[in-house]
Design a protein around this ligand. Structure first.
Ligand SMILES: [Zn+2]
Length: 215
């Protein structure tokens, strides 16, 4: 294990804000460095997430019949593009506010929630605010155009369904109604993700991996 220590207050913040760490991310985002000076962002996971990961690790080790090695893939077979496709479909099914879909895609998959907004780096917060303003500055047609473009870029397979026409109609349903950041809670409460995301079958992938490592 590399020993990581918090970076010093007076160095330029690694988030790119050009401000000293003490006046930027400190207290919001923890930046650490290893003895060689390589900088890492350290995010504290919720107790729930730690519990899930611990259980997942145990299960993986049981299947492998040995402790995990640094070279082991934690989520074998995970396909980020497929994940984005499923998520976008789920957003639309849950009638998620288009501003949230827009900012999520524009920020390359960063969800802004009431829980994490205070912890965003200065840069991410600026980008987020910028995209929110941009969303409201655009005309309905422009919004639909950008939204369908972002979907096409990140999830080309479902793009023919969620095309310009679809996005335009979807946007019209929301009129000028502003979203609440707490919509995310509604989203996770209302939507059974299991209904949309096929649970990842550990067995399939682990068997493949075992065969690979035996030769
Ligand atoms: Zn910063």
């Amino acid at each position: 294990m590399k020993k990581l220590t918090e970076i010093s207050d007076d160095i330029l913040c690694p988030c790119g804000s050009k401000n000293p760490y003490a006046f930027c991310c400190k207290g919001k985002v923890l930046w650490k460095q290893d003895p060689k000076g390589k900088i890492y962002r350290s995010d504290k996971l919720s107790d729930e997430a730690v519990e899930v990961l611990k259980r997942y690790k145990k299960e993986l080790e049981k299947k492998l019949g040995r402790p995990l090695k640094p070279s082991d893939k934690l989520f074998p077979g995970f396909n980020p593009r497929k994940f984005t496709e499923v998520l976008i479909q789920a957003f639309f099914k849950a009638k998620f506010h288009p501003q949230h879909i827009y900012t999520y895609l524009a920020l390359d998959g960063l969800f802004v929630t009431p829980e994490n907004i205070a912890k965003l780096t200065t840069d991410d917060k600026q980008l987020y605010d910028g995209f929110v303003n941009e969303f409201w500055d655009l005309s309905l047609q422009e919004k639909a155009l950008v939204l369908s473009f972002l979907i096409k870029k990140d999830a080309s397979k479902i793009a023919p369904v969620y095309n310009f026409k679809f996005c335009l109609k979807y946007l019209q349903d929301f009129k000028d109604e502003k979203p609440d950041l707490n919509d995310y809670k509604k989203f996770s409460n209302d939507l059974d993700l299991n209904e949309h995301i096929k649970p990842f079958d550990l067995n399939d992938h682990l068997n493949d991996d075992k065969e690979d490592s035996n030769d």
